[in-house]
Design a protein around this ligand. Structure first.
Ligand code: FNR
Length: 402
């Protein structure tokens, strides 16, 4: 007789290939989206999404670090009742992973910011809306039912306060302040491929457009026709300059002036949850906690800022040990269910994935993002079973003794 006669909700969720749209069936892993996005997108846009910085050492190390962590399974533990629900700031999420904030998403995928938010919500998870998004945050909050916003905070306090007021009015109550962009990274690939801000229409870009008509018609022209010329909508409390603008340099934010005093100032006036993203050192995690932050995201920006950093996975156990009671989230390099579990095993309460979700949106729209969620969810479920874990928190028991 079956020991557990209750239907297992996770196994009921597991995907039935017959329910997957035919064009998505050959997509078997998150990495499979990359090749499709590469073919669909002009090189300038694809390079912007896929690229790291300088020699891509940080980006490669992010993946290598996962490969170096071995898993040690436990067996015969009746894992039929396993579940991957996670509680984040009091909210129960169906999954231990969500979508990291990504700028210019609406340039890679039609209505990209809303598509990512809606698909995340439907999967029972979250997508963080980026400050560098081209969609007004009010629409992302409404159409995508999003509560998470990432900001590159403007350098003076009146402007910070005005932005926070705008966020609150729109319904966002989780603010992620990205701290690892005091200056822009040296992304040579953007310069080589003609992806520059402000975007200039060069013969190179025109050629890339002509050779990618599906993207021009289905994304760029559709975006302009339905929503007007894309603008930086959410850097501040008021709309920023258009994407194709000569004023962009003038409106730049003085990010290199930001320091922990600004975080403390934000803490004083922001009622919602406050998270700092880009933490790579245990001392910074402690400072964030002392400044009143509710959580941190351990991240090296997916290897897109400083080249040659240690990987966030490598520093995660030390950071967890420094702030044992804090909400510690993680991103950079997650591509597999085993990666999600490794990050949780080493101390993450929740994880985020960047590029693959944007590739999925670019190549297949919302159905693609839903499929990406399904693939990673099924991997986590399968891997938990083989690890002998019935919950995400149980993964901590598998951590190697330091
Ligand atoms: C990013 N990232 C990012 N981070 C942030 O705080 N604000 C932003 O606007 C952006 N924009 C952005 C655009 C694109 C195209 C990418 C790929 C990434 C970094 C992102 O939030 C996250 O840290 C990394 O993407 C995680 O690494 P993986 O999963 O892409 O390897």
């Amino acid at each position: 007789m079956a020991k557990n006669s209750e239907p297992n909700p996770v196994s009921m969720m597991r995907h039935n290939p017959a329910n997957i749209p035919r064009r998505l069936r050959p997509v078997l892993s998150l990495d499979d989206f990359e090749g499709r996005a590469r073919r669909h997108l002009p090189l300038s846009v694809f390079g912007y999404v896929s690229g790291g910085v300088e020699d891509d050492r940080s980006m490669r190390e992010n993946r290598d670090a996962f490969a170096r962590i071995p898993l040690r399974p436990r067996i015969l533990r009746d894992v039929s009742g396993r579940g991957m629900q996670t509680t984040l700031f009091g909210e129960t999420l169906a999954l231990p992973f969500g979508i990291a904030p990504m700028g210019f998403s609406a340039l890679a995928a039609f209505d990209g910011d809303v598509v990512l938010a809606r698909a995340a919500k439907a999967a029972g998870s979250i997508a963080i809306c980026s400050a560098a998004s081209l969609t007004p945050l009010e629409r992302v909050a409404q159409d995508g039912q999003s509560r998470w916003f990432q900001s590159y905070i403007p350098g003076d306090r009146d402007r910070i306060a005005a932005l926070l007021e705008r966020l609150t009015k729109a319904g966002f109550d989780r603010l992620v302040v990205t701290g690892d962009v005091p200056v822009a990274g040296n992304r040579e690939n953007n310069a080589r491929n003609g992806f520059d801000a402000p975007l200039k229409i060069t013969p190179k870009l025109v050629w890339q457009g002509l050779t990618h008509p599906r993207w021009v018609i289905g994304t760029l022209a559709r975006e302009i026709r339905l929503r007007g010329m894309p603008h930086f909508e959410n850097m501040e409390s008021v709309q920023g300059p258009p994407l194709f603008s000569r004023d962009l340099l003038r409106s730049k934010i003085a990010r290199d002036e930001l320091d922990w005093d600004d975080i403390r100032f934000i803490r004083d006036i922001w009622r919602g949850k406050l998270v700092v993203k880009g933490v790579m050192h245990p001392d910074d995690a402690k400072i964030a906690q002392d400044a009143g932050c509710d959580g941190i995201i351990v991240s090296n920006h997916g290897g897109r800022q400083l080249d040659g950093t240690v990987s966030p996975l490598t520093v995660l156990p030390e950071i967890r040990a420094a702030v044992p009671d804090m909400t510690v989230m993680f991103d950079s390099g997650i591509r597999r269910g085993t990666d999600v579990l490794k990050a949780c095993m080493l101390g993450a309460d929740f994880t985020f994935v960047g590029r693959p979700f944007l590739y999925a949106a670019a190549a297949y729209g919302e159905a693609g993002v839903a499929h990406a969620f399904r693939l990673l969810r099924d991997e986590v479920d399968r891997d938990m079973a083989m690890m002998g874990a019935t919950s995400i928190t149980q993964m901590r028991e598998h951590a190697p003794r330091l």
